[in-house]
Design a binder for this molecule. Structure first.
Ligand SMILES: Nc1ncnc2c1ncn2[C@@H]1O[C@H](COP(=O)(O)OP(=O)(O)OP(=O)(O)O)[C@@H](O)[C@H]1O
Ligand SMILES: [Mg+2]
Length: 298
């Protein structure tokens, strides 16, 4: 694991050189890559994957911010062992009580956390000027972030869907359970209804073997291709692992507490695949600014 992390750090450094597309060698605002972790069915492992993936990116030398976009049951801080929970969230920024930098909490392995995105829905009630100011404030964050990971709640509520549709890339999590597969397909369908070009990447969690994971993934990829004409990419598999359950009880992310666990291995693979895959075209994503403009429909 240590060697793998070292290799990935070097890869990450190489990828940051001349990443601006204009030859200046400086990182543009728009290079912040936005991933939203979601699922159809609840309890399939989104929060664990989002939190441990954030740590994996950080260990590979990437500046990573995780934002809890589960507007109902925000609990990323619990998985990360941040107790007591951070006091402030986006609603304090929207209300003008705090600046964006003041609501960011430091988490393990150098990751940063915004505890809740509750305030985002309130932004809709702001005047256009206030809204623009809010979006600009958030965009200023982009300079210091390589990866922004949103952890959403499950299901097809408008709130979840708006985060999913605003992301550059959607990490869709399922387990091999037939109900989870059906609901994952439901999510693909809902996304594709709004955006046929959406970039959906699938993770099959809690598999008994890679072969099982592959079978589940193939099923979803084939049905999505056949009936919805949408390409779902397979990002990876995470094995069923008692150390995940143990780490949740201990409130220590398994990537740190059990770096040699089967689950950590799966997460490391997923992180490596994301780093190696071509990043979203800046013109499509437009980083944080584009994300919040899409999210808020302004
Ligand atoms: N790979 C795994 N092996 C074993 N258990 C796992 C694994 N992944 C997740 N779990 C179990 O599933 C539980 C739920 O995980 P998690 O909270 O990450 O799911 P979630 O999708 O975020 O749930 P919600 O929809 O409620 O937000 C964990 O507490 C853990 O017990
Ligand atoms: Mg969750």
């Amino acid at each position: 694991m240590a060697d793998q992390a070292q290799g990935l750090r070097e890869l990450a450094r190489e990828k940051n050189v001349g990443n601006d597309g204009n030859g200046s060698g400086e990182k543009p605002n728009s290079s912040c890559r936005i991933l939203t972790v979601t699922s159809g069915k609840g309890g399939v492992g989104k929060t664990n994957i989002a939190a441990n993936l954030a740590i994996a990116f950080a260990q590979a030398g990437r500046q990573t911010l995780i934002m809890d976009a589960d507007l109902g049951l925000a609990n990323v801080n619990v998985i990360l062992g941040l107790i007591p929970p951070p006091k402030y969230n986006l609603s304090h920024v929207v209300g003008g009580k705090k600046k964006i930098q003041e609501i960011i909490t430091n988490g393990p392995a150098g990751i940063r956390l915004i505890a809740g995105a509750t305030g985002v829905t309130e932004v809709a009630n702001l005047s256009q000027d206030e809204r623009d100011e809010f979006v600009l404030g958030l965009s200023s964050l982009a300079d210091s972030i390589d990866y922004l990971i949103f952890d959403t709640g499950a299901g097809l509520s408008p709130n979840v869907l708006s985060f999913v549709l605003a992301a550059d890339e959607i990490i869709l999590v399922t387990t091999p359970e037939p109900t989870a597969i059906a609901d994952a397909y439901g999510m693909v369908k809902a996304v594709c209804h709004h955006n046929i070009e959406a970039n959906i990447k699938l993770v099959v969690n809690r598999v008994s073997s890679v072969i099982e994971g592959k079978k589940v993934a193939d099923r979803i990829v084939n049905i999505a291709g056949q009936f919805l004409n949408i390409r779902v990419e397979v990002l990876g598999y995470i094995l069923e692992d008692n150390l995940v359950i143990k780490s949740v009880r201990q409130q220590k992310p398994f990537f740190l507490a059990y770096p040699r666990s089967k689950a950590a291995y799966g997460v490391a693979h997923i992180m490596a695949k994301l780093i190696q895959s071509p990043e979203t075209e800046p013109g499509n994503g437009n980083g944080l600014h584009g994300f919040f403009k899409r999210l808020l429909g302004s």
